[in-house]
Design a protein around this ligand. Sequence first.
Ligand SMILES: *Cc1c(COP(=O)(O)O)cnc(C)c1O
Length: 430
Amino acid sequence: MTTSAPTSRSSRFDGTREEAEQYDASDPLGFLRDRFVHAEPDLLYLDGNSLGRLPADTPDFVADVVRGGWGRGLIRSWNDWIDWSRGLGDRLAEHVLGARPGEVVLSDSTTVNLYKLAWAALDLAPGRRTLVVDAEDFPTNRYVAQGLARQRGLDLRVLRTDMDGGPDLEELRAALDDDVALVVLSHVSYRSGALTDMSAVNAMAREAGALVLWDLSHSAGSVPVRLDEDGADLAVGCTYKYLNGGPGSPAFLYVRRSLQARLRQPVQGWFGQREQFAMAADFEPVESVDRFLTGTPPMLSTAALVPALALVEEAGVDRLRAKGRLLGELAVDLTARWLQPLGFRLASPAQPERRGSHVTLWHADAWRICRALADDAGVVCDYREPDRLRIGPSPAYTRFTDVWDALDRTRRLVESGGHTRLPREKGRIT
Ligand SMILES: *Cc1c(COP(=O)(O)O)cnc(C)c1O
């Protein structure tokens, strides 16, 4: 409970809808909205950080891969497909991740990549027996780390973190000693949106002789990432959030070039093998980032990333960041004006430069409010435990008026008490 909304006096906004309309009219990314499918024009979709919208070009592109590539080309299409995971990885490296060619590849899911890279990193420092994780990190990261600690007999050191403020760098510094092999952290926290200083963390870890494995799931496509410049060793992230690759689209992994030859991952599959089609008797990892691949990539969902990535490249991450930050500032401003008196409180860092592209609000009845917004008010956002409403206005296709209208509908809903008619029980997916 350390953060609170700034008062509206310190804001750049006046809180009127006309003003939001003006921001839309002068939005340099306004043209992008029509490049996405809006099947329900009145739906206010503030959940692009969980599942990005469908790009308008994706259905035809994927259909071509299905009909032409699979239907007509059959096995011959693999001559082309075999390079896609790397080709798209290089595009991500250049336009989204601030990495060099040959350092990024698409593979598996974020969870699996996290496991593979963490395993490989732990092998590099056999004398070090401690793995550091953040208590408030996305569950899969903690679960993977717990499993690794059990399988390898390591100690897990859990950073106590302010749920709304993000990891505390002094706390992290205190946790780093010569027994720490690896630190696993998210760049943008899934719950609060807190943005962690990647360069500072990498420097701190390097000094302690540890590696850092970054999860970029909520950063990729929403905030500039400079893996190379910021001295990052390892990273993973998903492509279905701000990158709009579609449900379960393949994740990416990054390994700094100078580390690649020294790392071996635990899943020795044929896609990581030197001269894969020589079908050699024994596994020998290829000398490139491909050594972190496992088996046959899912080409249909890989294909969905082609049009999606083109949009992010056209927009440019710097412009996406600038707009995402403003959308968040508008949400925070309207929260202070309208929602704070109704029992909401900002559950994200108050300073916009310390947030990614989503904003989280605490309310004692957040679950029912979230449900009622979706069922009765045409506003889709996320509920996150405990008692938090997560608002993710993806800058690629969300208008300033969408944020204004969504918070206006939220204010009306809570004022009318409409949400209190719903049961308190939660569903399987929140
Ligand atoms: C969304 C998300 C994931 C997702 O992992 P999957 O393996 O794709 O399910 C992982 N980490 C973070 C921080 C996320 O936000």
